[in-house]
Design a protein around this ligand. Structure first.
Ligand code: SF4
Length: 145
């Protein structure tokens, strides 16, 4: 069995109940919405790509074929810098042979930091689902390149 060193609490949309969750950020980059207490107890920061790679490597090879969906936490994790986020997606694509969907929370602000064309460096066709924090329905589902 493998365990990730999650910094609790970890939230995910109900539709991600079967997904393997990797925490690529801690907390929410916004964290000022008065109606939301989800991440108030956390100081926002990015986890390093090497720490995330260590989490991925902790999943035994014999288990990797089971996972088709992965969710990247915490709140507004799309704020992760584009180049490093693409590295993480490549690691996931290379590590999970049946992976066909990666979900992530996205705020209007973090969406403005990314362009559709910037996803084109990934070779594998994996769908990326962006969830707006506080809403449980996918606001955008985009096929990978
Ligand atoms: S998770 Fe969403 S609603 Fe909560 S503080 Fe962050 S941006 Fe605001």
């Amino acid at each position: 069995m493998y365990y990730f060193d999650y910094q609790e609490p970890v939230f995910r949309p109900p539709s991600e109940a079967q997904s393997l969750i990797f925490q690529i950020t801690i907390g929410c980059s916004q964290n000022h919405c008065k109606f939301c207490g989800m991440y108030k107890m956390k100081h926002f920061h990015l986890r390093s790509v090497s720490d995330i790679a260590a989490d991925i490597n902790a999943v035994p090879e014999s288990h990797r074929g089971y996972y088709r969906r992965i969710f990247l936490a915490d709140g507004d994790a799309l704020i992760y810098p584009q180049e490093e986020l693409l590295q993480i997606l490549e690691l996931l694509n290379n590590s999970f042979p049946l992976l066909n969907r990666v979900g992530i929370y996205a705020s209007p602000h973090s969406l403005t930091t990314k362009t559709r064309g910037s996803w084109n460096s990934s070779k594998k066709k994996t769908a990326y689902s962006l969830f707006r924090p506080g809403k449980w329905r996918p606001r955008y589902s985009g096929a990978g390149p």
